[in-house]
Design a protein around this ligand. Structure first.
Ligand SMILES: C[C@H](O)CC(=O)SCCNC(=O)CCNC(=O)[C@H](O)C(C)(C)COP(=O)(O)OP(=O)(O)OC[C@H]1O[C@@H](n2cnc3c(N)ncnc32)[C@H](O)[C@@H]1OP(=O)(O)O
Length: 723
């Protein structure tokens, strides 16, 4: 706490330099805000102060309002915990101050940090300083006047783009746009800022209050047009995000009624949004994502990660080629091994196609793609494995084959080399059974397409060493993945939790519901696509194989639907062969294929589960619940067995691995927001009507009865814990 403070020093030049200090990002915590008010008050009162410079300690200006304050509001429902900054500090004490204030900005100024800087009369920045208003990603809008000042400083279109897309810019671009007045090296930052402040005081530099500018806003009709287009885009791209429309509304209010009125409207809208479910979900995600980096007995025991310079990938299929692409894109040398030159060539071609795809979408420059490809070497034996730091096996799910590969790599790789497998189902202990390297064996479960999907599930056994986990977490971050460490079980955390998702959808179809309605309802809930379209896109082979695996592992609670087998029997294989539940035509959205009706009827006839042979009648909300409550139920079992370190890890895994909507905070957070009691009672009712698939787990029942959140840590560690 000693470092959390605001200090002020007054120099002989009459400039008071106010420093914010709250490592690591100088977040504007409540005590900081109170001290800022105190220091600004003092600087204005003191006769020896002519001008003021505001800056941050440790090479960072400020990462914005302390997000913990908003989380406290969520936990207590008490909005009065929010400090008044927008008017009391930024307008009254900074912008309307009788003495000029200059912001000396370095490293980053984000959210409330940038808003504070925009209230100052000039902004001097160090090179490559990150500037942005990312509040919308937290379900809120800028609340310290940012919606009003940014358009007035850089123009409406660019400001709207930066806010709606939460897109930062660098100070160099900020200078061109008019957000930054000068760029200077970090060592001269304070010197120039002091000088600038004195020159404003002496009227040799302009004394600008951004809130009262109108020169960059354009005419009213132009502004309305920009806002109209932005509104439409936001409706299309962010339908479940109220903060986007609210942001545009307050910008418009300010343009029509003046900046100060805009600031007041912004403050009102901000407070409402802080209390919204969207903000609760997204702020939970902010902290949950950062928590995944903290792994007890791995990241807190003083070990340092080793450098992974060379990686070997075994298997050039869909997963292997995606994994190899992810590594070479991050400048890591990859040896891709296949069994023969035909397969090897196919694997290399897939990697080339992955890179080409990124170039055509404008996500990668051609020269970077060429550089990445130069780091790939195809091999047919183990001779290049003598110096590799990590091997990732990504061959088909065949136990003897995997065991043979692990014996081979133990013979051919250096003693420090990590042995990872990308299996999504096979027990890691079985894969490593024939080796003596159990401490080096780890699961590196990527999601397809591996060079794009952000999740890396790191699966540890009881024997995997802390060093190996730390190394994989570190290299995972280097290749731009979010690593989540989980325990060893069928399907690990993500596939295990979500196996009832497909089965729930099949249950409903067999109970007489229209599958296209199910898909529509699930997409409007916020998942990227419904379960039947997902099966079409993923390929029926995968759905059938995974279904079989789970039926074997959890026979007590699986619903066996014949639908996929019937689809295959009738020559359908989803998008792969262009014949699925949907018709896929190039350039247009998939359209429901109504000719699947007889297959569905046959499935219903075989399962014969419709009560009185009549389709059940349910609301859209019940569809969501009948598909996703079984997923929450399985998540409870995963938590009970200690497969994840904390419930929020499963939330992040569900967002990044399954596309669960981020504004709902993740699968466990969502279960808690609808209420464990409601989830439990619904499942219990359905289990009586439709069988064991819906039977509530012991963990869910216990928590529902005790009124305890599903995500709350257990008071004592589970006896079944796998971590
Ligand atoms: C009224 C206003 O308009 C409302 C606001 O200002 S809301 C806040 C707006 N600001 C933001 O959204 C910025 C959020 N922060 C970030 O994007 C990134 O943390 C960053 C770019 C600043 C730094 O990234 P990076 O160096 O990778 O560090 P990162 O691990 O993310 O953060 C370091 C620590 O600072 C914390 N932190 C970062 N920004 C914070 C903030 N604004 N409040 C509280 N804590 C914050 C993180 O939780 C993390 O804590 P931990 O070490 O205990 O896990």
């Amino acid at each position: 706490m000693a470092d959390v403070k605001v200090t002020m020093e007054v120099g002989n030049d009459g400039v008071a330099v106010i420093h914010i200090s709250n490592p690591p990002v100088n977040a504007l915590a409540v005590p900081i805000i109170l001290e800022l008010k105190e220091k600004f008050g003092e600087a204005v009162r003191r006769n020896d102060v002519k001008a003021i410079v505001l800056t941050g300690k440790g090479g960072r200006f400020s990462g914005g309002l302390d997000i913990n304050v908003m989380q406290k509001v969520h936990q207590t429902g008490d909005i009065t915990l929010m400090p008044d900054v927008s008017v009391e500090l930024v307008v009254n004490m900074v912008e309307d101050s009788k003495k000029p204030v200059v912001a000396a900005v370095e490293g980053l100024a984000l959210g409330g940090g940038l808003e504070l800087a925009m209230g100052c009369h000039a902004r001097i920045a160090a090179p490559r300083t990150q500037l942005g208003l990312p509040e919308l990603t937290l379900g809120i809008i800028p609340g310290f006047g940012g919606t009003q000042r940014l358009p007035r400083l850089i123009g409406l279109s660019k400001a709207v783009e930066m806010m709606l897309l939460s897109k930062s810019i660098m100070s160099e671009e900020g200078k061109k746009l008019g957000l930054i007045d000068a760029i200077v090296s970090p060592k001269d930052l304070l010197k120039l800022s002091r000088l600038w402040a004195i020159e404003i005081a002496e009227r040799s530099k302009p004394w600008i209050r951004s809130l009262y500018r109108t020169d960059k806003l354009g005419s009213l009709s132009e502004a309305c047009e920009v806002l109209k287009v932005a509104r439409q885009q936001a409706r299309n791209t962010s339908p479940n995000m109220p903060q986007h429309q609210a942001c545009l509304d307050v910008i418009e209010d300010g343009i029509i009624q003046g900046g100060y009125t805009g600031v007041l409207r912004e403050a009102e809208a901000f407070k409402k949004l802080v209390l919204s479910d969207t903000s609760k979900g997204l702020i939970h995600v902010f902290f949950a994502q950062r928590a995944t980096s903290k792994v007890p007995k791995v990241t807190d025991v003083g070990i340092t990660p080793r450098h992974v310079k060379q990686v070997a990938v075994i298997g050039g299929g869909l997963m292997g080629s995606g994994i190899a692409t992810a590594f070479i894109l991050s400048n890591i040398q990859v040896f891709l091994k296949e069994v023969n030159s035909e397969y090897l060539l196919k694997g290399i071609k897939k990697i080339e196609a992955n890179l080409h795809g990124l170039v055509t979408k404008g996500k990668l420059m051609k020269d970077k793609a060429d550089k990445a490809l130069s780091l790939l070497k195809g091999v047919l034996d183990y001779s290049e494995f003598k110096d590799v730091d990590m091997v990732i096996e990504a061959v088909i799910e065949n136990i003897p084959l995997k065991q043979a590969i692990f014996s081979d790599i133990e013979k051919n790789c250096p003693a420090h080399c990590i042995f990872a497998t990308n299996t999504s189902t096979v027990d890691l202990n079985i894969i490593g059974e024939k080796t003596r390297s159990h401490d080096r064996i780890v699961g590196a479960h990527f999601f397809s397409p591996a060079h794009i999907m952000p999740l890396l599930e790191i699966v540890r056994t009881e024997k995997t060493s802390a060093q190996v986990i730390l190394d994989l977490m570190t290299v995972g971050k280097i290749i731009k993945k979010v690593p989540v460490v989980v325990g060893n079980c069928t399907g690990f955390a993500v596939n295990r939790t979500f196996f009832p998702y497909t089965q729930g959808a099949h249950m409903l179809v067999n109970l007489g519901l229209d599958m296209f309605r199910i898909d529509r309802v699930i997409s409007s809930f916020g998942l990227p696509m419904g379960p039947f379209q997902l099966a079409d896109v993923g390929g029926y082979g995968v759905t059938l194989a995974v279904g079989k695996e789970f039926r074997n592992a959890f026979p007590d609670r699986t619903f066996k639907s014949p639908l996929m087998e019937l689809m295959v029997k009738s020559g359908r294989n989803g998008k792969n062969n262009g014949k699925g539940f949907y018709v896929f035509e190039k350039g247009s959205k998939p359209k429901p294929d109504l000719s699947v009706s007889p297959i569905i009827e046959e499935s219903r006839r075989l399962t014969n589960i419709m009560p009185n042979a009549k389709p059940i009648s349910v609301s859209d909300q019940e569809i969501v619940e009948m598909i996703l409550f079984p997923v929450v139920n399985e998540a409870c079992r995963v938590l009970d067995e200690g497969i994840t370190i904390r419930a929020s890890d499963l939330d992040i895994a569900s967002l990044l691995g399954m596309g669960f909507p981020s504004h709902r905070g993740g699968i466990v957070f969502w279960g808690d927001s609808v209420g464990p009691k409601h989830v439990y009672q619904s499942l219990k009712r359905w289990s009586e009507l439709y069988g064991n698939f819906y039977k509530p787990s012991r963990y869910l029942e216990e928590r529902a009865m005790k009124g305890m959140p599903l995500g709350a840590p257990a008071s004592f560690p589970s006896s079944k814990a796998r971590l």
